[in-house]
Design a protein around this ligand. Structure first.
Ligand SMILES: Cc1cc2nc3c(=O)[nH]c(=O)nc-3n(C[C@H](O)[C@H](O)[C@H](O)COP(=O)(O)O)c2cc1C
Length: 166
């Protein structure tokens, strides 16, 4: 079993989560890389693919990576977002990610909050299309925290078990 944890991260939150997921992968060969450094996923049995939610969606660089994953691979998505964990705004981005991977087996998703730079929240608060998540995002300070990482490690273990069983 070989696992790849591939992530895109602008300000470090998704990278931190990726490292938690990497730690949670046990009894498997494993590698962790930013998506721009991934050359080939052919030898991977499971790919964990992570991104920050941006504008309620998946950033373009992560979209391109997901679209390039060959058919027949097993995938698990993870994301950080300023809005509430399990909230509609984050779920919307996962739905989009799932639609991009319609020919790939997606074993699961994991999302948690990630702090948003205060300058960004201030700037977006006055823009109608960003206001709802910008208000929620004020509460994301300190995330991902140890509780998020603990959940992420447990989730990674579940995904590995699913990949072995499928
Ligand atoms: C340009 C931009 C757009 C964002 N849009 C959203 C959004 O629509 N919904 C949300 O919950 N968080 C949004 N965020 C917050 C990020 O998803 C969050 O801070 C994330 O943890 C950043 O991850 P990173 O440090 O890996 O880049 C946005 C952040 C930026 C910079």
């Amino acid at each position: 079993m070989k696992a790849l944890v591939a992530y895109y991260s602008d300000t470090g939150n998704t990278e931190k989560l990726a490292r938690g997921i990497y730690e949670g992968v046990e009894q498997a060969e494993k590698e962790i890389l930013p998506i721009k450094e991934v050359k080939n996923v052919e030898g991977c049995d499971i790919i964990f693919c992570g991104f920050p939610v941006q504008s309620h969606s998946v950033p373009g660089k992560a979209v391109a990576f997901i679209k390039g994953i060959p058919k027949g691979k097993k995938l698990a998505f993870f994301a950080t977002h300023g809005s509430l964990r399990g909230g509609q705004l984050a779920i919307q981005a996962f739905y989009y990610a799932l639609s991009l991977a319609s020919k790939i087996t997606v074993l699961g998703t994991f999302g948690c909050r990630g702090k948003v730079k205060s300058g960004i929240i201030d700037a977006l608060m006055n823009k109608a299309e960003h206001r709802s998540w910008a208000i929620e995002a004020q509460g994301a300070v300190g995330h991902p925290d140890e509780g998020d990482l603990e959940d992420a490690r447990a989730w990674a273990g579940e995904m590995i078990a699913k990949a072995r069983a499928s």
